[in-house]
Ligand binder design. Structure first.
Ligand code: GLU
Length: 470
């Protein structure tokens, strides 16, 4: 029997809660998943009706709307959806995104299902949610997760819109939409980019790193990425291209690549386009046993695939100094105990992958504001910046480099604002968690426990302000 993700979540919650001083009744309410809607619906496949099972779990209503992705996967179940909804609550609280936590799923293998069937499933799933008030701009706002992306979000928005004729805020019913359908620049890369900002921030506190056997800075760091989907792909590209880190291993469901000198990601992209697979890329060694990838020697291991991949069985064999949890729930509690004992720094999922929902929040505010970020101020900023540059040139008697002019005299576009908002969010949240861990009184409080404590505290304050709890 595979370990339960909900059980993992409850144990993580309890560790965080144990550092706080709140009545047990309140903590129990915060911990529980408020409701789970499970439903079966028919969709026509090859002329015949086939039944599909879907879920939407709502973990917490302390802020509205509720927020969280929709997962399409063959082996998903209610336990998993509930756990992922709970993680959303604490993820949002931690990065000050004012939403409750939710998650949805459909049991289907999206990679073996024709696109027109996926469209029918998605539209019917949306209608099912709508009939029970489980979707809406002020109620519950889905987003992409494993097995879904912009395309599915566009179908959801269109279905919802068609059922609310004239609704001004209809497109705020879902995030992760294509930019041409009310989406926002930078949402696709957001989770991966947030992972990079989080790892970068963790590696910038030199005094924390010695006991983990890590040196500060990202440059030259050996990174191993498990899962080359949206999150892993962007994290790898940003780490390599913007921070000169070395991607020494990439894991996929059918095997993995290894090159201690660093994998050339552009050449790999060309290879994949041609061969429709990463494997046997000439610029790396191909291994055919996927789990072996986690044991590769590296500085930072980035699990960016699915839950419970680091277990009591393999944790002691990991040869990294940091586990950067880009996926949700990749580490079991037993495995984490082993990693912590071995002084491996674990950056927890509820912090590290919060970049996705952070930019979803920007998208939602854009949708209800009906104006693109930068629309009002871009020109004003550009004029002011140019004025300052001109004054600088006049005063110094030097003509500035065209590159400097290019960088400063143009004002901010939506993508600049989104990235900057994401970066600030990730940096601030790390510092808050780190500060809590240092002050918690208990020596050696790990970052997950601290992150849960910080997040639970924020949810508790929201409940307390309702005056229900003494
Ligand atoms: N599915 C993503 C997550 O697990 C994003 C959720 C969202 O943007 O609402 O955080």
């Amino acid at each position: 029997m595979p370990a339960s993700l909900y059980d993992t979540y409850e144990r993580q919650f309890d560790r965080g809660a144990s550092l706080l001083d709140h009545p047990e009744t309140l903590l129990r309410q915060i911990r529980a998943c408020n409701n789970v809607y499970e439903f079966n619906f028919p969709v026509r496949v090859d002329g015949e009706l086939r039944m599909f099972t879907g879920w939407r779990a709502e973990h917490s209503h302390h802020r509205k709307p509720l927020k969280g992705g929709i997962r399409y996967a063959e082996h998903v179940d209610a336990d998993e959806v509930k756990a992922l909804a709970a993680l959303m609550t604490f993820k949002c609280a931690l990065v000050n995104v004012p939403f409750g936590g939710s998650k949805g799923a459909v049991r289907v293998n999206p990679y073996a299902t024709p696109v027109e069937v996926l469209e029918r499933i998605t539209r019917r799933y949306t209608a099912e949610l709508l009939w029970k008030n489980f979707i809406g701009p002020g109620v519950n706002v889905p987003a992409p997760d494993m097995g879904t992306g912009e395309r599915e979000m566009a179908w959801i928005a269109d279905t919802y819109d068609g059922m609310h004729v004239g609704g001004l805020d209809n497109f705020a019913c879902v995030t992760g939409k294509p930019v041409t359908q009310g989406g926002i620049q930078g949402r696709i890369e957001a989770t991966g980019r947030g992972v990079v900002y989080g790892v970068r921030e963790a590696l910038s506190h030199a005094e924390d790193l010695g006991r983990h056997g890590l040196e500060p800075g990202l440059e030259g760091k050996r990174i191993a990425v498990q899962g080359y989907g949206n999150v892993g792909w962007h994290a790898a590209h940003i780490l390599a291209k913007e921070y000169d880190a070395r991607i020494v291993a990439i894991g996929e469901y059918n095997g993995w690549l290894e090159n201690p000198d660093g994998i050339d990601l552009d050449a790999l992209e060309d290879w994949r386009k041609e061969k429709k697979s990463l494997l046997h890329f000439p610029g790396a060694k191909t291994h055919d046993h996927p789990p072996g990838m986690l044991e590769v020697e590296c500085d930072v291991l980035v699990p960016a695939a699915t839950q419970h991949v680091i277990t009591a069985e393999n944790a002691a064999r990991l040869r990294c100094r940091m586990v950067a949890e880009a996926a949700n729930g990749p580490t079991t509690p037993e495995a984490e105990a082993i990693l912590l004992k071995n002084n491996v720094l674990v950056l927890p999922d509820i912090y590290l992958n919060a970049g996705g929902v952070t930019v979803s929040y920007f998208e939602w505010t854009k949708n209800i504001g009906h104006i693109r970020y930068g629309r009002m101020e871009k020109r004003l900023e550009a004029v002011k910046e140019s004025g300052i540059l001109q004054a600088l040139e006049k005063a110094s008697g030097h003509v500035l480099d065209p590159e400097v002019r290019e960088l400063f005299g143009r004002g901010s576009d939506e993508i600049d604002i989104v990235r900057s908002g994401l970066e600030g969010t990730m940096v601030d949240a790390y510092r808050e968690v780190r500060e809590f861990a240092r002050r918690s009184g208990k020596k050696g409080t790990d970052l997950r426990t601290a992150a849960f404590a910080v997040a639970i505290e924020k949810v508790a304050r929201a409940y307390e302000s309702l005056g229900i709890f003494p």
